[in-house]
Design a protein around this ligand. Structure first.
Ligand code: MSK
Length: 628
């Protein structure tokens, strides 16, 4: 069992610390235990210098180790090996986001074709707006016909397009010119991912820089393609978020209720679970089982989706997923895909918790698989919720510990909500930026990583940026950290610098805005484009930055790269596995600035990271002729 001091070093939060201690007492193996078992890591892998892409190898490249291991069997050197590995890493992330987007698209098409009654269009105005934006003539078309036409247009974006993905037209012309000049204009989403696999096959693209540029193109196809489609189509089907109150941390679990945690990324399953849990007949069954009700709470990004649109409380982020089950109060964890640790099946097995998977793409041996489709989702959701009700009767009260009181938060800041708060135009934000009341805008996004103290960099970086009058937009697992720290309430304006505090108070908004899940980083891209277009600038001219302080996933790498390729300076708390190549490392930290007007910075200290970001914002402000 970890000692008290060690536990405090793992996470700053009371709920996490208590559950790590409980897991220790109850013999539950956690992510930190496994990290310890895996440490020290292989230094070749850490540096991106291993290759197992063909069976002439596997090879370990030692660029400085004399001729013997300088090259892989095929002759690839360290730079090429690192580039190939990184290219595939980014493509996997782009594929994950974009395949999530495709599921939303298939649901939209099913609505259009009249093949589902479980799903419909909740935001008809947004459907019309996006159709019109993308050149679909809506006059005379029914809602279903519009849905079908939009789905067909987006399906094209996934294919063999040789022109650009539809939403890339949102980017400023100057940005699109850069993409065209550098061969990075994103074409079909699947095309870019497949081409990356092709290029990195042995004997295809042997130029590390060329591979990195294609990685940027692949990432752009995610940001302006797959992720943006996922966000916009989710809004059309499930409603565009508007400010909503909710709660966060493990205290959102209810001792007297059936607790169901939704985990993963897509709202397709979680929205149905929520709807089923609100049905009177199902609630009656829960009462019969002795429960006061059914409590749905979120984990990770499907939690963010439900929180943004429905105000459903958040139980926790990535490093809290095992710990949520350790409370002994969770009847079911129901998942779709991405960021679901396979260990959850084992942790659930230590309690009465049912672990249910729902997608044929994401099966978990030892769990229960219930396949959800657009034509059976409501029925399957009812079945799943009733299974959780039954599990409630087998809960062991002696094992239940709900460790803290929940924190209140405000969520739901879609771009529509932000622009709405500004009176329908970006002008007030541009004016506040120009006047230096808001000195800049930074997106703090992404995951947790057990190599770093849980949420420590998220919280301390955001605190420092706020003090410096920098507005923070948060997505993904970072949002939970912000909520637990109290930053997602308007009262947190008291912790901001005078200028930002004044703007927040005038608008009644927090200094950290919850803007969604990880695909919703596309909202931030879009907002940057709206600001740049309005001001007649490129995105790289704006005093904006991004940060993924505790990232771990391939998806986060794709996000970071599409941010940089879109002109947004991006801080990472940990480096990707590229340090084995000084050429790729200096391209990431410096060279990309010459290509895209933005580059990466790596820094694990929150205050140092704030300093780097602030320096960049100052430089952008001065270049615009604004005060630093
Ligand atoms: S869930 S990708 S740990 S943000 Fe989107 Fe959280 Fe990162 Fe997964």
């Amino acid at each position: 069992m970890a000692k008290e001091r060690e536990i405090q070093d793992l996470s700053p939060w009371e709920d996490a610390q208590k559950m790590i201690a409980k897991a220790g007492r109850e013999g539950v193996n956690l992510i930190w235990d496994r990290l310890k078992d895996q440490t020290p890591h292989c230094t070749f892998c850490e540096q991106g210098l291993t290759c197992s892409k063909c069976v002439m190898g596997p090879c370990r490249i030692n660029p400085g180790g004399g001729p013997k291991k300088k090259y892989g069997v095929c002759g690839a050197d360290g730079d090429l090996t690192v580039a190939r590995n990184f290219g595939r890493f980014v493509a996997a992330g782009a594929a994950a986001h974009s395949d999530h987007g495709r599921d939303l698209l298939e649901t939209l098409a099913a609505i259009g074709d009249g093949k589902t009654t479980d799903y419909g269009i909740r935001d008809e105005a947004k459907l019309e707006r996006i159709c019109t934006e993308l050149g679909i003539e809506v006059e005379g078309l029914s809602v279903r016909e519009r849905a079908k036409a939009l789905a067909d247009l987006f399906f094209e974006d996934y294919g063999c397009r040789s022109n650009n993905v539809a939403f890339s037209g949102r980017a400023p012309q100057k940005r699109r010119d850069i993409w065209a000049r550098t061969g990075c204009s994103p074409r079909g989403i699947d095309r870019e991912c497949v081409e990356m696999l092709h290029r990195t096959h042995m004997g295809v693209d042997c130029d590390p820089v060329s591979i990195c540029l294609h990685a940027s193109r692949t990432a752009l196809a995610d940001g302006w393609g797959g992720s943006m489609i996922a966000t916009e189509v989710s809004d059309i089907i499930f409603g565009t978020p508007k400010p909503v109150k909710s709660m966060v941390n493990l205290g959102v679990l209810k001792e007297d209720q059936v607790n169901i945690l939704v985990h993963g990324h897509s709202p397709i399953v979680s929205e149905m679970i929520l709807a089923a849990a609100r049905e009177p007949e199902i609630l009656a069954k829960a009462k019969e089982a002795g429960a006061a009700g059914i409590n749905i709470a979120g984990l990770c990004c499907t939690g963010n989706e439900l929180l943004m649109r429905q105000g459903v409380p958040m139980a926790g982020n990535h490093l809290m997923t095992e710990l949520a089950i350790v409370t002994g109060a969770v009847e079911m964890v129901i998942v779709d895909y991405q960021c679901i640790m396979p260990s959850l099946v084992n942790v659930a097995g230590c309690y009465h918790t049912k672990f249910v998977s729902t997608s044929d793409k994401a099966k978990f041996p030892g769990g229960i698989h219930m396949e959800f489709h657009y034509n059976n989702a409501r029925e399957k959701a009812r079945e799943a919720v009733l299974m959780a009700v039954e599990a409630f009767t087998r809960r062991d009260p002696a094992k239940v510990e709900i460790p803290s009181k929940p924190m209140s938060i405000t969520s739901g800041f879609s771009n529509e909500a932000i622009l709405g708060a500004l009176g329908g135009t970006p002008e007030p934000l541009i004016q506040a930026l120009q006047a230096g009341k808001v000195r800049g805008v930074v997106g703090i996004v992404g995951c947790n990583n057990p190599k770093l103290k849980h949420d420590h960099v998220h919280v301390n970086l955001a605190r420092e940026l706020m003090k410096r009058d920098i507005l923070v937009l948060a997505t993904g697992c970072a949002t939970v950290a912000m909520g637990k720290a109290g930053f997602l309430e308007p009262e947190a304006a008291s912790q901001a610098g005078a200028g930002l505090a004044e703007v927040c108070r005038a608008l009644g908004i927090p200094p950290v805005l919850h803007v969604g899940s990880c695909v919703d980083n596309s909202r931030i891209l879009h907002l940057c484009a709206v600001l740049a277009n309005y001001a007649g600038l490129d995105i790289s001219d704006l005093p904006v930055a991004a940060s993924a302080p505790e990232w771990y996933s391939e998806k986060a790498a794709a996000i970071g790269l599409y941010a940089v390729a879109s002109g947004v300076y991006t801080h990472l708390g940990l480096p990707p596995h590229i340090l084995g190549s000084s050429m790729i490392t200096s391209l990431a930290l410096k060279g990309l600035d010459d290509v895209f007007g933005a580059c990466f910075a790596v820094e694990s200290g929150p205050l140092q990271a704030a300093e780097l970001i602030d320096e960049r914002i100052k430089a952008k402000r001065l270049a615009l002729g604004w005060s630093a």
